[in-house]
Each structure stands twice: as structure tokens, then as C-alpha cells.
Design a protein around this ligand. Structure first.
Ligand code: GRF
Length: 200
């Protein structure tokens, strides 16, 4: 399966995916890493592993649709089959969503539909929930609203800060995201409306 990984920041999820591919546990290849941020550490990780990088900056485009049209072209040029949002801090328009039907996945640091959007870990702490976690889901035109593929739960401790909770959630992200991509690569994901069926 030909993957693109879209990033904006640290890229620890990108690293987990690269590591899983290099270990032979995912039958896929990253054809390109695309960043909207030229300073993203994720780009260094990609280069270190010989993965092609593309910097696709927001400010060169007057609106989201134009940005996304150019992004679709970049991804089609790389023959991408599955688009992975790994800390990509931009919402996608219907231009991207329609160009890759049921083929864009995101990871969110909460148990959706709780706490969508930014600062999900802080939202969970402020609300006072006892458990949070991460969600791998398909991307639609809403914010963190697409069909859910996998989730993992973590407990919230009484002395947690945003940092300690984020670190606990990230350990689960680094396990769940490669697992979800492996399921795609093995053809085990079927989507029926909101419901994602995973073959055994
Ligand atoms: C992760 O916490 C993910 O849930 C969110 O953005 C963060 C990206 O982290 N969507 P990294 O860049 O993969 O380290």
C-alpha cells in the first residue's frame, strides 16, 4: 500500500509508522511526507530514513480549497493510496476528502466523540473524566467526526498535567496508529456508513 504521511510538528507518530514498516509489520511504503511547516522535526525524521519530503506551506495559497487542490496533485503524483494525518494541524476541505474517499485517517488524542478539536488532553482534564485515550478515525469534512477505526483507553491520575496525560496517550497512539495502517494494508477494513468493519 502506498502511503503519504501529513505532518506539522514533532512526528513521533510518523516515527512509529516508519519503525513498524522497517520492522516488516506493515506491508506498505511511505511515498512522501508532506509538511505545512518547514521547521517540523518530522521532516528530519523522514530524511533520516530516506523518505521523500514535500513542504506545502499555507501562505502560498489564498484559501483552503486552493491549498487542498495543490495537495491532491502532490499526492496523486506520488500515487498515494492512503493518506495519514499524523499531527497535521489543518482541517481538510471536501476537495481532499472527495479525492481520497475512505482513504484518509487521523489520530486524535481523546476518546471521540468526546473532546474533538484542539487541546483534547486539556479538555479531558478540565472536564474531570476518569479515562481518556486516543482514536484512529477516517476523515470527513467535520472536525474529528469521521467513522471510528480503533480506540485505546488510558486512565487519568489525580495529579496528571497536560504533559503527563499527553505522554500516556501518545504511548497508545504509537501502538494504535501502526496497527490501523496494518489493517488497511492487509485489506481488512470495510466501511459501511459510520461503521467500520474489521475482518479477523
Ligand atoms: C498527536 O498527539 C495526535 O493525537 C495529534 O497530534 C499529535 C501529533 O504528535 N493529532 P506527533 O507529531 O506525531 O508527535
Amino acid at each position: 500500500l502506498k502511503l503519504a504521511v501529513l505532518v506539522s510538528g514533532n512526528g513521533s507518530n510518523l516515527q512509529a509508522i516508519i519503525d513498524a514498516i522497517e520492522a516488516g509489520s506493515i506491508n506498505a511504503r511511505i511515498t512522501c511526507v508532506v509538511s505545512n511547516n518547514p521547521d517540523a522535526f518530522a521532516l528530519k525524521r523522514a530524511i533520516k530514513h530516506g523518505v521523500t519530503t514535500v513542504i506545502h506551506q499555507n501562505q502560498n495559497f489564498s484559501n483552503r480549497r486552493e491549498y487542498d487542490s495543490a495537495l491532491v496533485q502532490i499526492l496523486k503524483d506520488h500515487e498515494v493510496e492512503l493518506v495519514i494525518l499524523a499531527g497535521f494541524m489543518r482541517l481538510l476541505s471536501e476537495i481532499m476528502v472527495n479525492a481520497f474517499p475512505h482513504a484518509i485517517v487521523n489520530i486524535h488524542p481523546a476518546l471521540l466523540p468526546a473532546f474533538p478539536g484542539l487541546h483534547a488532553q486539556k479538555q479531558a482534564l478540565d472536564y474531570g473524566v476518569r479515562y481518556s485515550g486516543c482514536t484512529v478515525h477516517l476523515v470527513d469534512c467535520g472536525t474529528d467526526t469521521g467513522p471510528i477505526i480503533l480506540q485505546a483507553v488510558v486512565p487519568i491520575e489525580h495529579n496528571d498535567t497536560e504533559e503527563t496525560l499527553s505522554a500516556r496517550i501518545q504511548r497508545e497512539e504509537h501502538r494504535c496508529f501502526p496497527e490501523a495502517i496494518r489493517l488497511f494494508a492487509d485489506g481488512k477494513i470495510q466501511v459501511n456508513g459510520r461503521h467500520v468493519h474489521i475482518s479477523p
